[in-house]
Design a protein around this ligand. Structure first.
Ligand SMILES: *[C@@H]1O[C@H](CO)[C@@H](O)[C@H](O)[C@H]1NC(C)=O
Ligand SMILES: *[C@@H]1O[C@H](CO)[C@@H](O)[C@H](O)[C@H]1NC(C)=O
Ligand SMILES: *[C@@H]1O[C@H](CO)[C@@H](O)[C@H](O)[C@H]1NC(C)=O
Length: 456
C-alpha cells in the first residue's frame, strides 16, 4: 500500500541517520534501557506470581521446619557456564515458584526455600534476602539442588544480579514481582537475563521448557537425564543469537519500514540485551505499532476464501473442516460454534485476543481452528500454493513471504535444533513435526541447563 513510501523514508533515515540524530533517525531502532527504581516497575500478570505469602521463615504445610529440612521432591540442576564475555563477571542463578501448598518460594543461597514476606505496599518492596546462587567460572558446572517439588517455577540465569520484589495484590494478599523483559525502566532492565520454566510434582513429574514466546534473553539450553539413563534435549539458541536476531530485525526495518528494530533492547554501551516478541512490544504501550502491517494480506485472504474453502485439518476426531467468508467480514468454519472476525496485528502476534480469544462454550472445532489459523497468519502460509489446507505446508515454507512474524522467523533461524516456541501456537505443525522446547519425565534424575550456548 504505502510500502514504497516507507522504504524511501527508511532509506532516507539510514542515509542521514549518522549526521541527524533527530526524530526521523530515531523513529525506529533498538531501545536503550534506563533502569529505574521500585516506582518504575509496571506490575502485570506476566511478571507476577500470586501465591500465598507466609513470610520470612521456612514453613511447609503450615508447620515450621528446620531450615535444613528437604522434601522428597529434590531435583539437582547442573548448570553449565559456557558464557564467554560476561559483562558483570559473575553469572548468578535464582529460583522462584510455588511449593506444593501454593506458598511463594525463592531458593536461598543456603539451599533452602525462602518464604518472602507479604506486603500491603502499593509500591513494590525489594526482597532483602540472599537469593543469588553464583555459578562457577566459564567452563565449569555448578550443581544447585531444588529442596522440594515446585510449581510454576522459574530458574533465572543472570549476567550479574537480579532484584525481586513483593507488592500488594489489593485484595488482602501480595504478589511476587519478577524481572520484566518489556519495561526498559524496570530495575533489572540493564541485566542480561532469562529463565527456564519448570514444574516438578510427585504426581506429574518434571516439565521444563525454554520459551521465546515473550523474548529472547541470555542464551539457555536444557538436557534432562532420567533415572533409566534416557535423555531429552532442547538445545536452545546459538551463543550469539541475540546479536544475530537483532541484526536481522534492524535489516527488516530497513527493508519494510516497520518497527522490528525497536523489538531489541540495548545496554548503555549499545550491546544487545534482548529481543522482544512483537506481541509483547505492542502490549507495552506501543498499541499502534504494526497496526496496518497485515491489512492488505487479511483482505486478500478474506477474498481468496470467499467461496473456495480454506480447509483446516483439526488433527482430531473432527477431521477437516471447510472455512469460507462468503464475502462477509466473518470467516465461518463447518461445525464451529462461531466465526472469526478479521484480526488485528496484535491479535495475530499474540494469538489470544480478538477472533483468537477462546471463550467458555467454544467447541472442539473452535479450539482446533484458533491455533491453526493463527499459526498460518504468523507464518504467512495462507496464500502460498497448498496454503488452502492448514496445517499442511512444511516448515521450509514458513516465513517465505511478507507479511510474516519475522521475530519468529529469526528466532527459528538461530535455534540449534529447531526447538523452542517463538509464538504461542508454534506447536501447530503437520503430523510428525514438533518444535516445542519442552522436556518432561516422571523419572527425572538431573536437569542440565547450559548458559551462553551449547557445549561443543
Ligand atoms: C497478581 O496480582 C497483581 C496485583 O493485584 C496483578 O496485577 C497481577 O495481574 C496478578 N498476576 C496474575 C498472574 O494473576
Ligand atoms: C512452560 O512451562 C510452564 C511451567 O511448567 C508452563 O506454565 C507453560 O505453559 C509452559 N509453556 C509452554 C510454551 O509450554
Ligand atoms: C510437542 O512435544 C511437547 C513435549 O513433549 C508436547 O507437550 C506437545 O504436546 C507436543 N506437540 C505436538 C503438536 O505434538
Amino acid at each position: 500500500m504505502h510500502g514504497l513510501a516507507k522504504w524511501t523514508w527508511a532509506l532516507a533515515a539510514t542515509m542521514i541517520g549518522q549526521t541527524l540524530a533527530g526524530p526521523i533517525a530515531s523513529k525506529h531502532g533498538p531501545i536503550r534501557v534506563h533502569p529505574g527504581g521500585p516506582r518504575d516497575i509496571v506490575v502485570t500478570k506476566d511478571d507476577t506470581l500470586n501465591g500465598t505469602f507466609i513470610g520470612g521463615t521456612v514453613k511447609v504445610d503450615g508447620l515450621l521446619q528446620s531450615a535444613s529440612a528437604a522434601g522428597t521432591g529434590q531435583l539437582p540442576l547442573a548448570i553449565v557456564n559456557n558464557m564467554a564475555g560476561s559483562t558483570d563477571g559473575q553469572i548468578n542463578c535464582y529460583v522462584a515458584g510455588q511449593d506444593t501448598s501454593g506458598n511463594v518460594v525463592l531458593l536461598a543461597s543456603d539451599g533452602t526455600w525462602y518464604y518472602p514476606p507479604g506486603t500491603t505496599s502499593g509500591v513494590p518492596v525489594v526482597i532483602d534476602a540472599d537469593l543469588a546462587l553464583p555459578l562457577g567460572a566459564e567452563g565449569s558446572t555448578t550443581t544447585i539442588t531444588l529442596p522440594d517439588y515446585i510449581v510454576s517455577g522459574r530458574v533465572y540465569i543472570a549476567d550479574g544480579t537480579l532484584q525481586f520484589f513483593v507488592v500488594t495484590n489489593g485484595a488482602g494478599g501480595a504478589a511476587l514481582v519478577q524481572p520484566s523483559p518489556v519495561n526498559p525502566s524496570d530495575p533489572n532492565a540493564a541485566v542480561n537475563w532469562g529463565f527456564v520454566e519448570l514444574t516438578n510434582t510427585a504426581d506429574g513429574g518434571l516439565y521444563a521448557n525454554i520459551s521465546y514466546v515473550d523474548f529472547v534473553g541470555i542464551i539457555l539450553g536444557m538436557s534432562l537425564l532420567g533415572t533409566d539413563g534416557s535423555t531429552q534435549t532442547a538445545l536452545g539458541l546459538g551463543a550469539d543469537a541475540v546479536a544475530q536476531i537483532c541484526a536481522a530485525l534492524v535489516s527488516q526495518t530497513a527493508s519494510d519500514g516497520y518497527p522490528w528494530s525497536s523489538l531489541c533492547m540495548t545496554d548503555s554501551s549499545g550491546n544487545y540485551l534482548r529481543a522482544l516478541a512483537p506481541y509483547d512490544f505492542i502490549a507495552d504501550n506501543n498499541g499502534d505499532a504494526f497496526s496496518d502491517y497485515f491489512t492488505d494480506y487479511i483482505n486478500s485472504v478474506w477474498s481468496t476464501f470467499s467461496s473456495s474453502p480454506l480447509t483446516v485439518d483439526t488433527q482430531t476426531d473432527a477431521g477437516e473442516v471447510a472455512c469460507t467468508t462468503g464475502g462477509s467480514d466473518t470467516l465461518t468454519c463447518g461445525n464451529d460454534n462461531r466465526g472469526y472476525a478479521q484480526p488485528s496485528a496484535g491479535d495475530i502476534f499474540g494469538c489470544n485476543t480478538g477472533p483468537f480469544a477462546l471463550q467458555s462454550g467454544d467447541n472442539a472445532v473452535h479450539y482446533a481452528v484458533v491455533p491453526r489459523l493463527c499459526a498460518a497468519f504468523n507464518r504467512g502460509t495462507l496464500l502460498l500454493s497448498g496454503g488452502d489446507v492448514q496445517p499442511g505446508l512444511p516448515a521450509t515454507d514458513y516465513y517465505t513471504t511478507a507479511p510474516s512474524n519475522y521475530y519468529s522467523k529469526f528466532v527459528h533461524d538461530n535455534e540449534v535444533d529447531g526447538k523452542g516456541y517463538a509464538f504461542s501456537y508454534d506447536d501447530v505443525n503437520p503430523a510428525g513435526e514438533n518444535e516445542s522446547g519442552t522436556v518432561s519425565s516422571p523419572i527425572a534424575q538431573t536437569l542440565t541447563i547450559t548458559v551462553g550456548g551449547p557445549s561443543s
